[in-house]
Design a binder for this molecule. Structure first.
Ligand code: FES
Ligand SMILES: [Fe+2]
Length: 413
């Protein structure tokens, strides 16, 4: 992100804090709770957003070297994604051409050959069918046209994109529009995968997304967790077509008031989050990134699966490994006072804050989401209200409604 933009966002957030104001969209909207439970809408979403839309499956660091692979089943099409011997990214249908068994089952790893567990047909990382056992018994098969079925894939500014349809269009510049260069500026391709977690709970996938749509709740629901790190009740928000940027101040913003603007770094004083339509929340800072992918459970509007992945810079990974090898600095204890100049402390602080972040989502935000889901399913509460201080919710819901050909949300009187 350009430095001048960082400064202007930081200044606006400081002003909001000074004046005790939050962002004001100037309008409230009514939101029908049927959106969270309607099976017809869920079927249309599945078809439009998950089966016929580009899917961000990870970052370049998920495939760190030639012959790395990952698998995913999150959007209904079993995917085997590889980096071949030459370093090229591919995505295949994870289905053997003999009788359809998946050729890789582990979530990630490194392999030069994918051997189907059923009858041991084998495929290269570039998808070629290279071996059929007992081929003289089986009969002839033209290997040149029986490789794994390849799906459109592109590695673009450190992001791994796949289209679930073999003839699908993957124009990421067009998809991200004016956000493309800003995403590129974060150099996400330099980050390494550092772990992750998965949350499977009883809330609609849009309710899961909603928890990333306002800072109004930070000092209430999260007062003992994220509320210790972030101010809450302040927001810088910008739309980019169906996507948006969402920035809120952390306590680190205070130190910047004493520093020259030239030294300001937005990641030291805020939480920068990009929402990428339809289901991605991407939190970036200078040394790490958290990718949150939210999927509906097929045929059940009342359940969703959230995949959270953490990525660190190479320097952070090395420090984290060193910290793990050294018990003295691997422990985060109340006596271990944070020293901003200590790299070991930086690693611990990062790891601890990522842990707080993911457990807060599961134990606080999504618990609210399960209550909201139950209310929606009961049916007596027909509508909820999105306030003037919740513009990311206005934008998220109007974006998906527009994409499904539905009317925009109605203003609340
Ligand atoms: S199904 Fe894969 S080898 Fe038979
Ligand atoms: Fe939250």
């Amino acid at each position: 992100m350009e430095h001048a933009l960082q400064v202007s966002i930081l200044k606006e957030l400081m002003q909001q804090l000074d004046e005790g104001k939050n962002i004001d969209a100037g309008v409230q909207y009514k939101m029908p709770t049927s959106s969270y439970i309607c099976p017809d809408m869920a079927a249309k979403e599945w078809d439009s957003f998950f089966q016929n839309h580009p899917q961000l499956i990870g970052l370049s660091g998920d495939l760190p070297e030639p012959q790395s692979f990952i698998t995913t089943d999150d959007f209904g099409t079993p995917i085997l994604a590889t980096r071949d011997r030459d370093g090229k990214f591919h995505a295949f249908l994870n289905a053997c051409r003999h009788r359809g068994v998946r050729v890789a089952s582990q979530p990630r790893g490194r392999k030069n050959l994918f051997t189907c567990p059923f009858h041991s047909w084998s495929y290269s990382g570039a998808g070629e069918l290279v071996a059929i056992p007992n081929e003289d018994h089986f009969g002839p098969v033209d290997k040149s046209c029986n490789g794994l079925i390849e799906l459109p894939s592109i590695e673009h500014n450190g992001l791994l994109w796949v289209h679930p349809q073999p003839d699908g269009d993957l124009n990421i510049d067009e998809l991200l529009g004016s956000l493309t260069s800003e995403i590129a500026s974060h150099k996400l391709g330099e980050l390494m995968h550092a772990g992750g977690t998965s949350i499977d709970m009883n809330l609609n996938w849009k309710l899961a997304n909603d928890t990333f749509g306002e800072t109004y709740h930070f000092q209430k629901l999260h007062k003992n967790t994220l509320g210790q790190i972030f101010y809450g009740n302040n927001l810088h928000f910008k739309e980019f077509g169906r996507h948006h940027r969402f920035v809120t101040a952390s306590r680190g913003i205070d130190a910047m008031r004493e520093q020259p603007e030239a030294d300001w770094d937005i990641s030291r004083g805020t939480f920068v989050l990009y929402y990428l339509f339809p289901n991605i929340q991407l939190v970036v800072n200078s040394a790490s990134c958290t990718l949150i992918k939210i999927y509906p459970a097929r045929d059940n509007p009342g359940r969703s699966i959230t995949q959270i992945s953490f990525y660190y810079s190479q320097a952070m990974i090395e420090l984290a490994n060193a910290a793990e090898a050294n018990e003295d600095i691997a422990k985060v204890t109340p006596d271990n006072v944070y020293d901003p100049d200590s790299q070991a402390d930086a690693v611990q602080t990062l790891a601890a804050s990522l842990e707080v972040f993911s457990s807060t989502i599961e134990q606080e935000d999504y618990v609210m989401g399960e209550f909201q889901q139950k209310s929606a399913e009961n049916g007596l509460l027909k509508e909820v209200i999105f306030g003037r201080n919740e513009p990311a919710l206005h934008h998220f819901h109007n974006s998906f409604r527009g994409a499904l050909g539905l009317e925009s949300l109605e203003q609340s009187d």
